[in-house]
Structures are given as structure tokens and as C-alpha cells.
Ligand binder design. Structure first.
Ligand code: PLP
Length: 427
């Protein structure tokens, strides 16, 4: 993720839509152009089948049973953890905690690492481009501890202001919580460099990888971060499963944040002792089938090859950027030099929600709104954007459908050719 975008990436190289059953269903009688991958990705048959197969052939609760099926399910679950470990290049499997997703992973760190350690005046450094999931958990922990948030500003092109970052990083900074890729702008942040700087100041680093893992190989040891969070459903896996990578050294000293079965060593009314990580952080019956299907998603993505996915999506991003920029009245929001496959834009005189509705009628699925990044929208003085986000199964035809549908919307609003009628709802 830290290499510059390949300037020679011009031609999409993948043609994988046939692996994804849902992509063959028409929507509103049209071919579906699914461009809402930032919200969630579609699932390949291999993932759907892995989850179904678990329930058909292997279902039992894990860790507690002496019977064969329970041991078999436990092996599959532990195998899924090892798959995530290899995927992130974590040093050890016990550095991987299964969670419901990125949001839960960040809340775990906030409550288990942050709450016992932070004190009044301590600083948590994050950025204007964070998803609400990487803001609100820290606000809650600030209320609980008296710590304060500091915010790295974003430049007009959607890149972080690195000079401001250097200025904000200080002796009171206890934690840097930063997104790897912005879900609203597509900006790829220099997380390895930022981690080095934060570590020099003695701060711990959490990277929100929700929008990164599906687009290019992630190596937590190369980044050097202390925590890395991601969601399975943005990686062609199921909803309700994700993972937190935490450096063993830190996890070992973190208390549980939820109590229940499976996370204890012994329980007595006068003293309960806890299991080591990662079980300490996985109270109750986990999403066993989800973890196994997430491993199938990782196998699928690695089978295609993240380097090839990156080249493919960069070619689409390049094509889409040029196509949108060529439409009079369309303004791209987020033009960072290094971007993952996200095209955020405004169309003069058409509110993003109206645009989203018109595009939907044409079979083009995009997202419109603030993308759970309201402070970022405030920074740009806009209520929201329209966002087309790319996945490995997209092709040029999807982007052509997007462009044609935007033209149609402009015709309906009488703004074709860039003469904005201006309904006053978009700055
Ligand atoms: N962080 C980023 C950058 C995201 O894009 C998202 C979801 O869109 C999240 C966190 C939250 O992910 P989840 O809802 O899967 O927990």
C-alpha cells in the first residue's frame, strides 16, 4: 500500500464478475453496475459456499466440546485465524482477534487499551478524514478519561497536511488513530511513515484498514503499527466478522472489555482469571461460520492476487477519473496523488441523493451522502458527495454506465453541458 500508484496502470486486467452470482441479477430491468464497494462488497460463490458448507458439514460450537464435530469446528476457526495472520503478515496467530468488524475492533482498543491508560490532558491524534467509527469511540474514551482529541487537517486535494501532523505530534500524544484509506475521498495515507514519527514520540498507533485491505497487500510488520482493524464484508467476505491485529506485547497487558464464556481461565465469585489473548477479547460464541467464510474470502482474493487487483483497480480509477472530469458540471472531491478505487464527486445543480436515485433507476448503484465522515464534509463545505467505489469485479462497462447515467440526470435536471440550474442544496 506504500508504493506509489503505478503510473503505467492503464488497462483493466481482470474479468471476474462471473464469480459473483448477484452481479448477474438485473436491477430495475437493467444490467447492474455495482459501484458501492466502499459500503460493502459482493460475495463470490466460493465464500457463499464456504459459509453454507460449514453449516451443512461442520457446525458445532468451538473450544468447549469433546465431540468430533466441535473439535473439527475449532480447527476450522483456528485455521481461519491463521489465514488472517498470514494475510496481514502478523508475526503470530494470537495477535489476531476476531471481532464483528472494524467498528468493534476500534471500540475494543478504545476501551481496553485506552480507558485504563489515558489520563486528563493526554492527546489522541486523528484526522479530519476519519470515518465516524474512528472518531466516536475516541470521543467516548475522552469523556471517560479526560483525554483530548487533536485533529490533523486535510488539504484541498484530500491529502493529509503532513506539516500540521508533525506540529500536532507532541509529548502528550498517546495514540495516533489514522485511516489507511479514506472511505470518502480514496486518499491513501502514508501510514508507515506516520507510524515511525508517532513511535519516535512514544505514541501507540492504530490504523483503520477498512478501506485498504481489499485493494492492495497490507503488511502490518512493514507498517510497524500497533493495531490494525478491518471488516470482512469490505473484503468479499460476510458481514458481522472482522479482525483486529494487535501487537502481542500490547494485547498481553490489556484487560478484557467484555465478559462471558470462552474468555476466562477460571471463574469463582471471589476471583475470576482471564484467558490469554486473543480468547480474552472474544467473549461468548463468536461468528464461527463468518470467520471461516472470511478465510475463504482471503483465499479468493489471494488467489486472484492483490498486486493484480491493485493494477486493475488503478486502471479503472484512472479511466473513471478522466471520464468524470470530462463531464461539464462534474467536480471531483479528493484528487490525492495516491488513491484507492474511490471516486467522490458533485454534479452542479443536482443533490447527491437525487443523483443516486436517478443512477439507481439506470442500474448504477452508488452511495450518496456524508459517508459517515461528517467532519470531512464540513471541511469541504458540502453536505455530502456522490461516491462510486470500485471492486475487483468492476470493468470499464460499469464506469461507462455511470457516465451515461450522469448525462441522463443532467438532462432531467436541465443542466447538461454544465450550465448549473443550482437547486441550492449543494455548495
Ligand atoms: N472505517 C472506514 C474507513 C470505513 O469505511 C468503515 C465503513 O464504511 C468503517 C470504518 C466501519 O466499518 P464497519 O461498519 O464494517 O465496522
Amino acid at each position: 500500500m506504500n508504493a506509489p500508484c503505478d503510473p503505467g496502470a492503464q488497462t483493466p486486467i481482470l474479468d471476474l464478475a462471473a464469480d459473483f452470482p448477484i452481479l448477474s441479477r438485473p436491477v430495475h430491468g437493467r444490467r447492474l453496475a455495482y459501484l458501492d464497494n466502499g459500503a460493502t462488497t459482493q460475495k463470490p460463490a466460493a465464500v457463499i459456499e464456504a459459509e453454507a458448507r460449514f453449516y451443512r458439514e461442520s457446525n458445532a460450537n468451538i473450544h468447549r466440546g469433546v465431540h468430533w464435530l466441535s473439535q473439527h469446528a475449532t480447527e476450522l476457526y483456528d485455521g481461519a485465524r491463521a489465514t488472517v495472520q498470514r494475510f496481514l503478515n502478523a508475526a503470530r496467530a494470537d495477535e489476531i482477534v476476531f471481532t464483528r468488524g472494524t467498528t468493534e475492533a476500534i471500540n475494543l482498543v478504545a476501551q481496553s487499551w485506552g480507558r485504563p491508560r489515558l489520563a486528563a490532558g493526554d492527546e489522541i491524534l486523528l484526522s479530519t478524514m476519519e470515518h465516524h467509527s474512528n472518531i466516536v469511540p475516541w470521543q467516548l474514551v475522552c469523556e471517560q478519561t479526560g483525554a483530548v482529541l487533536k485533529v490533523i487537517p486535510v488539504r484541498d486535494n484530500g491529502e493529509l497536511d503532513m506539516a500540521a501532523f508533525a506540529g500536532l505530534l507532541g509529548e502528550r500524544t498517546r495514540l495516533l488513530a489514522i485511516t489507511h484509506v479514506s472511505n470518502a475521498l480514496g486518499t491513501v495515507n502514508p501510514v508507515a511513515k506516520m507510524t515511525r514519527r508517532a513511535h519516535e514520540m512514544g505514541a501507540v498507533v492504530l490504523v483503520d484498514g477498512a478501506q485498504a485491505v481489499a485493494h492492495q497487500a497490507v503488511d502490518v510488520q512493514a507498517i510497524g503499527c500497533d493495531f490494525y482493524a478491518f471488516s470482512g464484508h469490505k473484503l468479499y467476505g460476510p458481514t458481522g466478522i472482522g479482525a483486529l491485529y494487535g501487537r502481542a506485547e500490547l494485547l498481553r497487558h490489556m484487560p478484557p472489555w467484555q465478559g462471558g464464556g470462552d474468555m476466562i481461565r477460571t471463574v469463582a465469585f471471589d476471583n475470576t482469571t482471564f484467558a490469554p489473548p486473543p480468547q480474552r477479547f472474544e467473549a461468548g460464541t463468536p461468528n464461527i461460520a463468518g470467520a471461516i467464510a472470511l478465510a475463504a474470502a482471503i483465499d479468493y482474493v489471494q488467489g486472484v492476487g492483490l498486486a493484480r487487483i491493485h493494477v486493475h483497480e488503478q486502471a479503472l480509477l484512472d479511466y473513471g477519473t478522466r471520464a468524470l472530469a470530462a463531464i461539464p458540471g462534474v467536480r471531483l472531491v479528493g484528487t490525492a496523488e495516491r488513491k484507492a478505487g474511490i471516486l467522490s464527486f458533485l454534479v452542479d445543480g443536482i443533490h447527491p441523493h437525487d443523483l443516486g436515485t436517478i443512477l439507481d433507476a439506470e442500474g448504477v448503484a452508488i452511495r450518496a451522502g456524508h459517508h459517515c465522515a461528517m467532519p470531512l464534509m464540513t471541511r469541504f463545505g458540502i453536505p455530502g458527495t456522490a461516491r462510486a467505489s470500485l471492486g475487483l469485479y468492476n470493468g470499464l462497462a460499469d464506469l461507462d454506465a455511470l457516465v451515461a447515467a450522469i448525462h441522463k440526470a443532467q438532462e432531467l435536471f436541465g443542466t447538461r453541458g454544465g450550465t448549473a440550474s443550482g437547486n441550492g442544496r449543494v455548495a
